[in-house]
Structures are given as structure tokens and as C-alpha cells.
Design a protein around this ligand. Structure first.
Ligand SMILES: *Cc1c(COP(=O)(O)O)cnc(C)c1O
Length: 374
């Protein structure tokens, strides 16, 4: 499979371009500090993880063994009930969230989904796919769900069981909805038929290592949880994990003769390479390595908040967040550093690859461009 010289040049130019723009990427929740070159031999196989990773499969070029280890690792971090959980490696949290909402809808067909204003943009799309009734709940200024608005809204819809879509780290402000408080509200209103899905795309990668640990996991009351693999852990290919209580999943699986497995997943053919990537990251970093990466990222975030404040920029962040929020800086700064902006705010996300040097350069750029609009 050789390339013509001009085609090779096109690839070379693309690689140079990537190296250049990667050095200025501090605005999205994706980690770059990885090296998976040891996995290169596995690119020579047509791996396919179709079907349930916990069931045997007729097609033997699958990495189900590694996929099971990956989901088991996260099930433990998320305090899933022993042997009473299930999960798989997805294409990312959009699919993981779709799966969680799908389970919620299958269990509570007359249910209404509740999600906050600060939820990820894909939630509206997922609810549309599933044709689910839904209500948007107000957010507090820090991006967290407004629990009073949730309580008042649930009160007037007591005839329909709620499917709560909680954010464990919102997209713009990394706010974490407290599912302990949400559960208390449901208890207080004597709502027994309910489902809680946690969108922990970013924070699920490290929530278990925070001190104090936020209320986000199965013991706190989650029925399903979404975590992205390419965010905190880091992966050259987008991927994610979905975890759910086993009893819920058993109600929807169907056996399919063609693959000799059970069709419990959303996609048919599934990525067999990304489970190897996640497995490699988990094994090479270990819990200690992950804790260290988190500590250093949190320290960079604290540093960035302070440096921005020092030059008069009203930067802030939620408790124990990697995301530093500040008023939108001028366009040339946003473009150079690939800063996402919404609702008058931009953010810098101090993922493990973000350095203090980059923070200093950003602060300097904002100052030279005349500060932020306040
Ligand atoms: C990134 C993100 C998503 C979407 O996840 P993908 O892995 O990009 O599909 C959903 N919710 C939140 C809060 C996110 O940060």
C-alpha cells in the first residue's frame, strides 16, 4: 500500500500542521500526554468487538478480554454493586449518554427526562432520537443544576416518573450536579419510580480521586454513568465507557444468532482498538499515576486562575475543577488557543498536557490584546 510522492507530502504537511496546532491546544477537555506506540502491531488486525463484551463471540479477532478489564476498572472506581453491573466501551460519551437515556426510557416508558441548561449540546439530539418527553431545568450561575427549580418542576409532574440526566462536570464550567441532593428531593416527594443517569464525560475520569469525592457514583444513586476515554485518560481515537446496573440491561438485551452474542450495545461493529488504548493507559498509569496527573492538573488550574486574576481578569473555577472560566477574550486570542466560548465566557481546561508556560503565554496574549470584555 505505497503512496505517490505528492500524497506522501500531503500526509507530511498534515503531520506538521498537527504538531503546530497541538502545541496551542488548551481549550478542550482532551489529554495529549500519551504514547501508545507499543500498540502499533495491533493496527495490522481487523479487530471488531461487535456484541456484548461479556459474551462469547464467533468472530475471534476481538479484544473483549481487554474491554472487560477496562469497564471493570471504572465499575470499581464508580462503586458499582458487586457483580450487579454491566458496561462496554463506546465511541464516546454521546453514545454512552444515549445508552443511559435509552435504558431509562425502556424502564420508564412514560418517563420525563430532566436535564439542566448547562448540559452538553448532544443531550437535546439524544432526546430527539429517543423521542422522549423532556424538561430543561434552570442552572445556577456556577453551572450546577438549580435544585429548587428541579423540586418545583417535579412537584407538578408527579404523574410521570422522572429520568434525571445529571452532569458530573458541565461542558463550559465543569460544574457537578450533586446526585445525593437530587435523590433527597425525589425521596422528599415520595417519587419511587425514577432513574438517574450521570454524564461524567470529563469528571468521571478522576471524580473518585477528588477530595472530597463528589456525589456521582452508583452508591450515591446512579443507575448508569457515561465517561469519555479520550478526555482525562487520553486516546488518539475518541472513545468512552458506559456503565449501568445489570438488572436494567437484562431487560433490554436480545440474542442475535448471526454474531453468536447478545445485542446489548448501540453500534453493531464496535472498535476493538480503543479498549486496548484504555487498557494500556490504565495499566501503565495505575491509580497512583492517575492521582498524580490529577494533582498536577489541579495545581495548573489554580495557577492559571491566579495568574489571570493578577492581571485583572475575572477568572474563576468551580471547587476542584480543571476548568478555568473567564470573560471572552479578543478573537485573535480565542483563535490562537482554540478557546471555546458560550454565554459570554471562555474557558481554559488544564488537562495533564497543559503547562504553566502555556498559561503564562495566554495571560500575556490577553493582556496585550487589551484584556477581556467585562
Ligand atoms: C465531552 C462531553 C460530552 C460528549 O462526549 P463525547 O465523548 O465527545 O461524545 C457529553 N457531556 C459532557 C459533559 C462532555 O464534556
Amino acid at each position: 500500500m505505497a503512496l505517490a510522492r505528492t500524497d506522501q507530502m500531503q500526509l507530511d504537511r498534515f503531520q506538521e500542521y498537527l504538531e503546530e496546532v497541538a502545541a496551542k491546544e488548551i481549550g478542550y477537555p482532551v489529554a495529549f500526554d500519551f504514547d501508545y506506540s507499543a500498540l502499533e502491531p495491533f493496527l495490522s488486525f481487523s479487530l471488531n468487538n461487535a456484541g456484548d463484551p461479556f459474551m462469547p463471540m464467533t468472530y475471534l479477532l476481538n479484544s473483549h478480554e481487554f474491554e472487560r478489564e477496562v469497564v471493570s476498572f471504572y465499575a470499581q472506581l464508580a462503586r458499582a454493586p458487586k457483580d450487579q453491573w454491566w458496561g462496554y466501551v463506546t465511541n464516546g460519551s454521546t453514545e454512552s449518554n444515549l445508552y443511559g437515556l435509552f435504558l431509562g426510557r425502556e424502564l420508564l416508558p412514560d418517563g420525563i427526562a430532566y436535564f439542566s441548561q448547562d448540559s452538553h449540546y448532544s443531550v437535546g439530539k439524544n432526546l430527539h432520537f429517543l423521542n422522549m418527553r423532556h424538561i430543561m431545568i434552570r442552572s445556577r450561575p456556577n453551572g450546577e443544576m438549580d435544585y429548587d427549580d428541579l423540586r418545583e418542576t417535579l412537584k407538578i409532574r408527579r404523574d410521570a416518573p422522572p429520568i434525571i440526566f445529571a452532569n458530573i462536570g458541565t461542558t463550559m464550567k465543569e460544574a457537578r450536579d450533586d446526585i445525593g441532593q437530587i435523590r433527597d428531593i425525589l425521596d422528599e416527594l415520595a417519587i419511587e419510580n425514577r432513574y438517574i443517569h450521570c454524564d461524567a464525560a470529563l469528571s468521571g475520569g478522576y471524580a473518585a480521586f477528588l477530595d472530597p469525592v463528589p456525589a456521582w457514583d452508583f452508591e450515591d444513586g446512579a443507575d448508569s454513568i457515561a465517561i469519555s476515554g479520550h478526555k482525562f485518560l487520553g486516546s488518539p481515537i475518541p472513545c468512552g465507557i458506559v456503565l449501568a446496573r445489570r438488572g436494567h440491561v437484562e431487560r433490554i438485551g436480545r440474542s442475535v444468532a448471526y454474531i453468536g452474542s447478545v445485542d446489548t450495545t448501540i453500534s453493531g461493529s464496535r472498535n476493538g482498538f480503543t479498549p486496548l488504548v484504555l487498557w494500556y493507559a490504565i495499566r501503565s498509569l495505575g491509580i497512583e499515576g492517575m492521582k498524580q496527573r490529577l494533582a498536577s492538573s489541579l495545581a495548573t488550574a489554580a495557577y492559571a486562575e491566579e495568574q489571570l486574576n493578577n492581571v485583572g481578569i475575572a477568572a474563576w473555577r468551580n471547587p476542584q475543577a480543571l476548568t478555568v472560566v473567564f470573560p471572552v477574550p479578543p478573537a485573535e486570542v480565542r483563535e490562537k488557543w482554540q478557546l471555546a466560548s458560550a454565554g459570554g465566557y471562555s474557558h481554559l481546561i488544564c488537562m495533564p498536557h497543559v503547562s504553566r508556560q502555556q498559561v503564562d503565554e495566554l495571560v500575556n496574549d490577553i493582556r496585550q490584546a487589551g484584556g477581556t470584555r467585562q
